[in-house]
Every structure is written in structure tokens, then in C-alpha cells.
Design a protein around this ligand. Structure first.
Ligand code: BGC
Length: 757
């Protein structure tokens, strides 16, 4: 059934011949991983499967939580790593490689990427998501989608929407105001849809403001299709359907996996009792056939991929994914001269290279850092495990393992400690309970520090961990995230300086969990999670509140240094056509090659609504040889500088001054310039109930009202009482004894003023 056809697939011809029963059947899968076919008409079933950072095609027993084996595939770094590259070109190449692996396994759609925002560092699935910033997540995910789809293979942008936790993920209602949704939780999806048109979007399990995402017409049709122009198919997350017929009406095209006939029965009954029309069913059936039309050409059997080349690409991606958080000069290590190197920590030998759950890939091979560190040097390398990989919660250090590690570190010139989160602490399906590393690892670090003057810590974790209590023991700190199957070799490349670290944080490293934006409101309870922090996610929160962080968003060191100069900022156009051109020069001022990630933040100075202190509006990764310089140019649009207006129910651009901040992290602003931007005409529509002050500020009604008020205007202008008076709706003022304007005149005055605009 999954053999591609010789003839192009003719959607209209198939539509014309399908019976109602066949149409109903096409609205859900045929098993765990296949769509439904119609043999009589030569409609094949195709395979869709996880994703995102490698292919998880199960040839035997099926499940969607990572229990059973899958065919070997290249395990690239999960999104937490890839996001730290800030490199869309790399993501495009990784995407193309993933597409080729799908072709080799005849997979029509890769289920990813996931662009949910990292609302809390505790979300168990953060390793699979990109960032706390929607621009960064959207740009990178769009590139990945373009890469996969350039190979004739589809993607599934997930999990749409507001799936920012694993606790109660199937049932929780995410209560989020519209501005916060539009500015924070939806834009990464929007960017991928508008820039890359993923073939499919996967709805999330949860409810958004009380409605299951799988049957929310606002989300699946109004926002996704009408506002953004999505042209593909919406698939349910596995088992996310509550009432199938409501999903059809809302725009959910494909229920996955097969639901034992339950979905079909729901559609059949709804059509019979008139709740659903056959035209509505036709819409989703057509989209399923269109997916086939797109997918079939790439599914010819006998295709292969170059596993060595993909492993090399995975190594390059891992090199770029690691973030050098701190370095007092101990790194890079000299591979040819020096004393003994003590490598300590089980994760050096048994790497943590991906997270658990549906994204878990069976790698084609697996590099470990210990072997790579040994192979990369002529120096003596000794190893000690230091800790057990899966300690019980609250379990302290293993004294014998610590003693062995101290023995290895004593007399060594440098100790390289591999610390991180146990595999069972980070998974789809549940959230982390705290920000800390296992307690036993602190004790190990302190003991090793006690006998060795130079200590390097390499971290393996899929989401931020607290470092405040122990980072002072490390002379260098390399945040390795989860680096995929070639992470071990990449780590050695970075530690020995064969490659300069170039990753930058795509998420803030907070000091304490109590400081994080959603603390107290994550993961909610009683079936509800309220996004009380609103727009203030990640650095937006810390920077607006001027709160300390351990390492800020965008931070990352290299083995070289960069100078930023010559910032020039120029505004042109007005309203929705306003643009701000930003140029600057970046120079590599050190003696090694390296990559700088130039980050542009906008800080509105005259906003009439609440805005976060600053927001990322552009970035560029620049690779530079020592001494080389490059000009960087970016153009900011009205949308980049604007906000979602609750009044106008659309994106608007307020006029006024905007500070453009350019630098190397949200806290390392190197250059600033203020630019005057001509905004839109955003005068609110007047009604009799508008405040008197709003009437007075109105360009047409204001002067008119002032002349009608005569001397009475003085009380509204009065230095002490005027403010209080101006806050009173004009209609109420007209009712006060002696007020010189008549209530009956207000509707006509408002209409005239509104019409004149
Ligand atoms: C996950 C999805 C995944 C699907 C299929 C679900 O549990 O949330 O991300 O694509 O299973 O494995």
C-alpha cells in the first residue's frame, strides 16, 4: 500500500469517486504511524513518524513514548542544542539530512520540529524545544523545515499551541490572554508557517482557554489559516482528539493514530444528525489527499543516505551547539604538552545525548567524550566515574566513587568533570521538580576541586540547571546541552581548541527557581495553568525587572574576542511600511578564528502600552578569521517593532522613539542608538463613554469640545484636579449640574470625529 505511483496522484479524480464511508475513513490513521489508504482507488497509506532531531521509525512494536526500538538513524543534537547555534544555515543542512533519512526509510512526514516556548526551565520537554524567544525559535525552525521539505519530505510543526509543560499535558487548560498568545506563544508557529509552509501542523493535547486545541476553530482555522495563510494539513497529537466531529468542523484534518473506529463513528453520527456537513468533511478529506500528492514522489524504494557524512554533520552541529559559559583561560587544553588530564564523570563514558520520549532515536553510532579526549591528545588521560548515573532522589555522593575520582585528580594538571542531569529526570510526559544537579555531583566537584587547581566542568542537560551554588569551583564551564550522537567527539574538539566554541544561550540560566517568571504559576493545578507573567517570559522578565541571572540570554564565549563598531540606524517609511535599517561592523580582535552572534534588541521609549524592557528583533551569526571584519546589515519591520493591540485586535506600530541595542547578549549591549519611528494613526474610536481626556486628545473632537466647554475647560486642565476629571467618561460629566455640553449631542459629535479620521 505504501508504494508510490507511476502516475501523478489526481486529487480531484479521487475526490469524485470516494464514497461517504471512504471519506470518513480518510480523516484518521490506519494504525500507529500510517495514514489510511483506499485500495479500490489506488490511494496509498503513507508513514509519518518522529522526529524531530532524528528519525524514529519503528519497524516492530509501535508506541509514541519511546518504549520500543526504532531503525538506526543519525541522532542530531536535540533542539536545545541546535538552538544555541543561532545558525539557520546549519539548521537547513541538518533538515536536508533528516529529509534524506526519511526518504531512505520511505517516511512521508517527519513529526517535528517543536517550537513551544520555554516558559519554565522545568518543562520536561524543553530539550525538544528551541528557546524562550519566539523570533529565535521561529527562524531556526523555519530553516529546519525548509531543509527537510527541500528533499520532498514533509514536517509537522508542533505542538500547536500553548503546550509549555508536561504536567497534565493531555488535559490542562492553558489560560493565556490574547496579546500574550499573539506576541509570545504563537509567533514562532506563525514565522514557520509564513516562511516555510510546513506540510503539516500538529495540534497539542491541552486546552487553550478552555477549548481542546484539537477542536478549536479559532486556533486551527482563524489564526492558522485565515490570519497566517497555512496551506497544509492539521494532524492531532497522538491521542489528542476528544470529539472527532468537532475537530473536523474546527479544521483538524487527520486524527492520529487510528482510534479503533471511534473517530469514524463520531463523524458519521454528526453528519447524520446534522451537526456536521459533508462539505466540511470534504475539506479535510481533500487536505489528506493533497498531502499524499505532495509526499508520493519522494517515496520511491531503494534510496539510501550517507551515514558517515551525516555523522560528520552531527559533529559539526554539536560543535556549534555547546555554549562556553565561563573560562578564566584554562581552555582550550593543549593536546600535545602538559601533565595528566583527569576525566571524571560517568557521562564522559556513557553520554547523555538526547532526551526521553517520542523523540528518542536509535543512533547509527555513538561517540563518547572519554574516547575522543584520549584519542585527541598525546597527554596522559585517566578516568574515574565519580557518581552513579541514576541516583535516587535526594541520594548523596557515593563515597567510594568520589574517593576514586579524588585519586585520579590528585596530581593531574587539569580535571575535566562531566556533570549533568540523570536521563530519567528529563522526559516527555513529566516535568522536572527542581533546577539542581543531583546532590552527589556537588560533593564530587568540591572534593575534586580540593585536590586539583584547574577544573573544567562540562554539563549535559536538556534545559537550564542552577549553577550559582557551585560554578565558582570551575575555571571553565561548558554547557553541552544534549549533543546528539557525535557530541563526544565534538566536546573533545572544543576542549582541545580544534574548534572555537560558538554557541550562545537560547535560554536564560536563572539563579534560582524562585526567580523564574512562571514560579508559582507553573504547572498550575486543578486542570488549569494561568500564564500570569504574561509577556514577561525568559529574558523579557529578568531584564524588565532588572533581576540578576547566572548567565543571560544570548551569552556565550569563544576562544577569541570581537569588537562591535560603527552602529548606524536609519528609519524610513511610516505606519505598516516603516522600516529601520541597522548596520554595524564586527571585527575579530583575537588570534583565533571564531563566530560572533550579533544580537539586535529593540526598546520602545514612548510606548502607550506596557512593553517588555527589550525584545530580540534580529540576529546574525558571523564567522571571522583573526583580524577580519564584516559589516552586518539588518532591516527591522513595523511588525518587529510593534505590538498586538487588544483595542485594534491586530499588530500595530506606535510612533515614537525606539532604542536599538546591539550586542553579544541581552546584558552585554555594546552599542545603542535611538531612532524616531513614524507610527500608525492609532487614534481610538470615540464613544460617549470615552474618558473626557481621550476626547480632549482627539485631533478632531478635542478642539471642538474645548470650544464648547468655554471656561469650564479650566477645571479639566487644572493642575491638581484635572487629571481626576479627565478620567471621567464624558457622558458622565455631561450629567453633572451645569456642565456646558449636552448628553444628547455626544453620539453625533463622536460619529463626526470618527468619520473625520
Ligand atoms: C508526542 C508527539 C509525537 C507523537 C508521536 C506524542 O506523544 O507529544 O510529539 O510526535 O506522540 O510519537
Amino acid at each position: 500500500m505504501s508504494t508510490p505511483q507511476e502516475q501523478p496522484f489526481d486529487v480531484d479524480a479521487v475526490m469524485a469517486q470516494l464514497t461517504l464511508e471512504e471519506k470518513v475513513s480518510l480523516a484518521s490513521g490506519s494504525d500507529f504511524w500510517h495514514t489510511q489508504g483506499v485500495e479500490r482507488l489506488g490511494v496509498p497509506a503513507v508513514m509519518v513518524t518522529d522526529g524531530p532531531h532524528g528519525l524514529r521509525k519503528q519497524a516492530g512494536e509501535s508506541d509514541h513514548v519511546g518504549l520500543n526500538d526504532s531503525v538506526p538513524a543519525t541522532c542530531f543534537p536535540p533542539a536545545a542544542g541546535l538552538a544555541s547555534t543561532w545558525d539557520p544555515d546549519l539548521l537547513r543542512r541538518v533538515g536536508a539530512a533528516l529529509g534524506d533519512e526519511c526518504r531512505a526509510e520511505q517516511v512521508a512526514v517527519l513529526l517535528g520540529p517543536g517550537v513551544n516556548m520555554k516558559r519554565s526551565p522545568l518543562c520536561g520537554r524543553n530539550f525538544e524545544y528551541f528557546s524562550e524567544d519566539p523570533l529565535l525559535a521561529g527562524e531556526l525552525a523555519a530553516a529546519l523545515v525548509q531543509g527537510v521539505q527541500s528533499r520532498g519530505v514533509g514536517t509537522s510543526l508542533k505542538h500547536f499551541a500553548a503546550n509549555n509543560q508536561e504536567t497534565e499535558r493531555i488535559s490542562v487548560s492553558a489560560e493565556v490572554d490574547e496579546r500574550t498568545l499573539r506576541e509570545i506563544y504563537l509567533p514562532a508557529f506563525e514565522r514557520v508557517v509564513t516562511q516555510a509552509q510546513p506540510w503539516t501542523v500538529m495540534c497539542s493535547y491541552n486546552k487553550v482557554n478552555g477549548v481542546y486545541a484539537s477542536q478549536d476553530p479559532w486556533l486551527l482555522t482563524q489564526v492558522l489559516r485565515e490570519d497566517w495563510g497555512f496551506e497544509g494539513l492539521v494532524v492531532s497529537d497522538w491521542g489528542a482528539v476528544d470529539e472527532r466531529w468537532r475537530g473536523v468542523a474546527a479544521g483538524l484534518d487527520l486524527e492520529m493514530p487510528a482510534s479503533g473506529g471511534s473517530g469514524d463513528a463520531s463523524i458519521r453520527e454528526a453528519i447524520a444528525d446534522g451537526h456536521l456537513s459533508t462539505e466540511e468533511l470534504d475539506v479535510v478529506v481533500r487536505r489528506n489527499l493533497q498531502l499524499l500528492e505532495r509526499a508520493l514522489p519522494a517515496l520511491a524504494p531503494g534510496q539510501t543516505f550517507d551515514a558517515d557524512a551525516h555523522h560528520a554533520l552531527a559533529r559539526e552541529a554539536a560543535q556549534q551547539s555547546a555554549v562556553l559559559l565561563a573560562n578564566d583561560g584554562v581552555l582550550p587544553l593543549d593536546p600535545t604538552t602538559g601533565g595528566r588530564i583527569a576525566v571524571i564523570g560517568e557521562m564522559a563514558r556513557s553520554p547523555r545525548y538526547q532526551g526521553a520520549g517520542s523523540s528518542q532515536v536509535s543512533p547509527t553510532r555513538l561517540d563518547d567524550a572519554l574516547t575522543a579526549l584520549r584519542e585527541g591528545t598525546s597527554r596522559e588521560v585517566v578516568f574515574a566515574a565519580g557518581y552513579v548515573p541514576e541516583p535516587a532522589e535526594g541520594e548523596g555522593a557515593d563515597d567510594a566513587l568520589v574517593a576514586e575520582a579524588v585519586g585520579a585528580a590528585r596530581g593531574a594538571e587539569v580535571a575535566v568533570l562531566f556533570l549533568g542531569l540523570p536521563a530519567s529526570w528529563e522526559s516527555e510526559g513529566y516535568d522536572r521538580e527542581h533546577l539542581d544537579l543531583p546532590g552527589g555531583q556537588f560533593a564530587l566537584l568540591e572534593a575534586v576541586r580540593g585536590v586539583c587547581d584547574r577544573v573544567v566542568v562540562v554539563l549535559s542537560n536538556g534545559s537550564a540547571v542552577a549553577v550559582d551554588g557551585w560554578a565558582h569551583h570551575a575555571d571553565a564551564l561548558l554547557e553541552g546541552w544534549l549533543l546528539g550522537q557525535a557530541g563526544g567527539a565534538a566536546t573533545a574538539d572544543l576542549l582541545y581548541g580544534a574548534v572555537s566554541p560558538s554557541g550562545r544561550l537560547a535560554e536564560t540560566v536563572p539563579v534560582r527557581i524562585e526567580d523564574t517568571p512562571a514560579y508559582g504559576a507553573f504547572p498550575g493545578d486543578s486542570g488549569v495553568v494561568r500564564y500570569r507573567e504574561g509577556l514577561l517570559i525568559g529574558y523579557r522578565w529578568y531584564d524588565t525587572r532588572r533581576a540578576p541571572v547566572s548567565f543571560p540570554f544570548g551569552h556565550g564565549l569563544t576562544y577569541t574576542t570581537f569588537a562591535h563598531t560603527d552602529l548606524a540606524v536609519r528609519a524610513t517609511g511610516a505606519g505598516q511600511d516603516a522600516r529601520v535599517a541597522v548596520t554595524l561592523t564586527v571585527r575579530n580582535t583575537g588570534d583565533r578564528a571564531g563566530a560572533e552572534v550579533v544580537q539586535v534588541y529593540a526598546a520602545p521609549q514612548d510606548a502607550g502600552v506596557f512593553r517588555p524592557e527589550q525584545e530580540l528583533v534580529g540576529f546574525a551569526r558571523v564567522d571571522l578569521e583573526p583580524g577580519a571584519a564584516q559589516q552586518v546589515s539588518l532591516t527591522l519591520s513595523a511588525r518587529d517593532l510593534g505590538h498586538w493591540s487588544e483595542v485594534h485586535r491586530r499588530w500595530v506600530l506606535e510612533g515614537g522613539r525606539y532604542e536599538v541595542r546591539v550586542g553579544a547578549s541581552s546584558r552585554d549591549v555594546r552599542q545603542r542608538a535611538v531612532v524616531d519611528v513614524e507610527g500608525e494613526d492609532l487614534v481610538a474610536l470615540l464613544t460617549p463613554r470615552s474618558e473626557a481626556g481621550t476626547w480632549l486628545e482627539h485631533p478632531v473632537a478635542g478642539p471642538d469640545l474645548r470650544s464648547r466647554l468655554g471656561d469650564a475647560a479650566a477645571m479639566l486642565d487644572d493642575a491638581q484636579h484635572g487629571r481626576m476629571m479627565r478620567a471621567i467618561p464624558l457622558v458622565r460629566l455631561t450629567r453633572f449640574p451645569g456642565f456646558p455640553v449636552d448628553e444628547a449631542d455626544l453620539p453625533a459629535l463622536a460619529d463626526a470625529a470618527n468619520a473625520a479620521r
